[in-house]
Design a binder for this molecule. Sequence first.
Ligand SMILES: Cc1cc2nc3c(=O)[nH]c(=O)nc-3n(C[C@H](O)[C@H](O)[C@H](O)COP(=O)(O)O)c2cc1C
Ligand SMILES: [Mn+2]
Length: 522
Amino acid sequence: MRRLARPRGKGAHPGSIPKDLRDWISLLEREGELVRVSAEVDPDLEITEIVDRVVKSGGPALLFERPKGSNHPLLINQFGTERRMCLALGVDSLDDVAKRLSNILEMQPPHGLLEKVRGLQTLKSIADSRAKTVRRGPVHEVVLQGDDVDLSLLPVQRCWPDDPAPFITLPAVITHDPRDGTRNVGMYRMQLIDRRTTFMHWQIHKDGRADWLATDGRIPVAVALGLDPVTAYSASAPLPKHIDELMMAGFLRGEPVELVKGVTVDLEVPAHAEIVLEGYIDKDELGEEGPFGDHTGYYTAAEPFPVFHVTAMTMRRDAIYPSIVVGKPPQEDAWLGKATERIFLPAVRATVPEIVDYDLPVAGAFHNCCIVSIRKAYPGHARKVMHAVWGLGMLALTKAVIVVDAHVDVHDYEQVTFYCGANVDPGRDVVLSEGPADHLDHSTTRQFVSGKLGIDATAKGPDEGAREWPPEIEMSAEVRELVARRWEEYGIGAAAAAPATAFGHSSAELLRRRGTPASGRL
Ligand SMILES: Cc1cc2nc3c(=O)[nH]c(=O)nc-3n(C[C@H](O)[C@H](O)[C@H](O)COP(=O)(O)O)c2cc1C
Ligand SMILES: [Mn+2]
């Protein structure tokens, strides 16, 4: 697999991760990863068509300096490639982030002084991750309240032709659980209703919605727009409900997220955000939200969702508005999803240690398919892992789980296809089950529940009803070495000199060459 060039300069180390959106834009510019568009461009559909082309060709982040009808520049495609996602997280490969997390999850009682000191440093890095409150922040440079609130000042995109209105697409929505006060941050799209109200599209499985459902009457809500890239990413991360996404952001950044008190709500908001919308949502005020051209590749139908009333709009001077377009994959959110796939691997393995690796294909819109490799130890093991996946956090929404043996590269779809064919007797190795479905899945007979498909593509033993399992073909090491030694003598040329693997040109590699993300293996 292709290795990434090591991100140079700022951003290469966790300590120097961008502190806010402006810092991030400078880093992108220094790295040749950003193009400024000075022509006037319409946030109504036109930006989508431009970005769709740029994303699908692996192109740069775009700063639209003159979005039609607004004085605020619009940043988009900041996460649109593997390299930018790595730059955002200050790593060479997304697996490096996972390594830092697995050090914590796999902590053992220390032996000796050196290990104790290391253990304390690790614990300190967790303790220092909590968000911290500061007195003042640039997000309060401009404060609009009451009648002065005007969402139409922002260049909010209408993304696709059948969208009924503009949608805020990259928000970090902050709520507290009214029962225990724990904070949640989630990324939920917001359809504009008028100058001071929007819908809040928190779906049925989401933490923000659970906070709202737990209130008697009214829940305070703050929405941060234009954050440092790690905090923005963290809002999309599927953490267990009781874990504060800002703590995860602090851990990944290597320094805490700074917060200031809201102006009109009893919530703290990111001090360095470009824009914050403060307000409230009532328990019983719903309206028809949507349709919306979504990451499923289809318009999701209009449905009742709650209404968000904005009581204050605070901004930095010359605030920059962040946006993202979702649609038929691959889109910019592919790399947010791949980051989650890699970052959560240690947590998945902490629960199901026989899992070696997993891959959520971008074309499967993440919840449609999960390929998982396991160290198989006993009959029925692949089935056990399928059910584990269907019981693990948001992976519960996965429609199809494919299980392969440990030596199979789950990111190489051609290899996976080979074992799905070669090792599977559909009469014996296919599992049909049922469970919760993604809120947006239009294919299910009933909304929110669906069938589940499991394919056991591991090698089977007699205890699993198989006849004698033949050995896989492989050339002997001696002959490989002999051919390597004599290669020049044959006069065939360099093209085929590398030892052949059965799947040298995987579909993942081919997609990659077309500039589209196909694999989390970096
Ligand atoms: C660009 C983007 C848009 C998203 N839009 C929504 C949305 O409108 N509604 C929703 O419930 N989840 C949406 N998600 C997924 C959630 O952000 C994700 O499930 C997250 O874990 C939610 O936070 P929570 O687990 O604290 O609820 C979106 C994700 C991304 C990357
Ligand atoms: Mn959460």
